[in-house]
Write a protein that binds this ligand. Structure first.
Ligand SMILES: C[S@@+](CC[C@H](N)C(=O)[O-])C[C@H]1O[C@@H](n2cnc3c(N)ncnc32)[C@H](O)[C@@H]1O
Length: 238
């Protein structure tokens, strides 16, 4: 399959992935929060309780909940109904009120222009496997963010090189293996492949610039969710 030929319904396979994992009694992304990275964002961007935010591609909402527990107003968005159901349950357990809304991040049809003061997108842009889809997501972020808004992006990779994903046979299942903390194999199931696309810093910064953003701060990090990660705080270019 060519890079340009990703079908429109491709990202809907995330729903299938969540369902199959839960049906098997396992967890999808685990309960890992990118807490250190979010703390840097909140501090550097002066995020405060008067601001309202969005978490795009929030999945099971662990980062959304982390920010809500700091007293911040935040809405979570994901394509997967099943992932969002888990997010709602976790939020209830943690006693925080969050709207979790099902929507396509490439369209964000539920949201008006200039709706949010801040936003985050953790591990979602890197799941988009064509440049045109990545541009669409960045365009939506720009659209729903206020002109003086601020945004945090985290994507997998150390930025050393562009690792274009294997998009051949995207409808083929791949084995996912769960291991314990000592690396011992716990379980394995077949899941939709859904590869990610870690970019080089050079190309990531190019797509950010093309999306109409300027970089306020960037850094590399290592975390339990995505291992090597590239973090960028952005503001819309005037
Ligand atoms: C790697 S997970 C990251 C989840 C969470 N943000 C985190 O950091 O743990 C990627 C998430 O992006 C969501 N996603 C992928 N494509 C999407 C799209 N087009 N619209 C909305 N969500 C999407 C998936 O359903 C999945 O929950």
């Amino acid at each position: 399959m060519d890079k340009k030929d990703i079908p429109n319904d491709y990202y809907k396979m995330y729903e299938d992935r969540y369902q199959r994992v839960y049906d098997h009694g396992l967890e999808v992304w685990g309960k890992n929060v990118i807490s250190s990275e979010l703390d840097i964002f909140v501090e550097k961007a002066n995020i405060n309780k008067n601001m309202s935010g969005i978490d795009i591609g929030c999945g099971e909402g662990v980062n959304t909940i982390y920010l809500a527990k700091k007293g911040l107003k935040i809405t979570g968005v994901d394509f997967s109904k099943t992932g969002l159901d888990t997010a709602r349950k976790l939020a209830k357990k943690e006693n925080v009120e969050i709207d979790f809304i099902q929507d396509d991040a490439l369209v964000l049809s539920n949201f008006k222009d200039d709706s949010f003061d801040f936003g985050i997108c953790s591990g979602c842009l890197h799941m988009l496997v064509t440049q045109s889809d990545r541009n669409k997501l960045l365009k939506q972020i720009k659209r729903v963010l206020k002109a003086d808004g601020i945004f945090f992006l985290l994507n997998r990779g150390d930025g050393a090189k562009d690792e274009y994903p294997d998009v051949e046979n995207i409808y083929e299942d791949r084995e996912w293996i769960w291991v314990d903390k000592d690396g011992k194999r716990l379980d394995a199931i077949k899941l939709p492949h859904l590869p990610s696309w870690p970019r080089s810093w050079e190309n990531h910064l190019k797509e950010i610039d093309h999306g109409g953003f300027e970089v306020v701060h960037k850094f590399n990090s290592i975390n339990k969710s995505f291992s090597d990660s590239m973090c960028v705080i952005l503001k819309p270019k005037i």
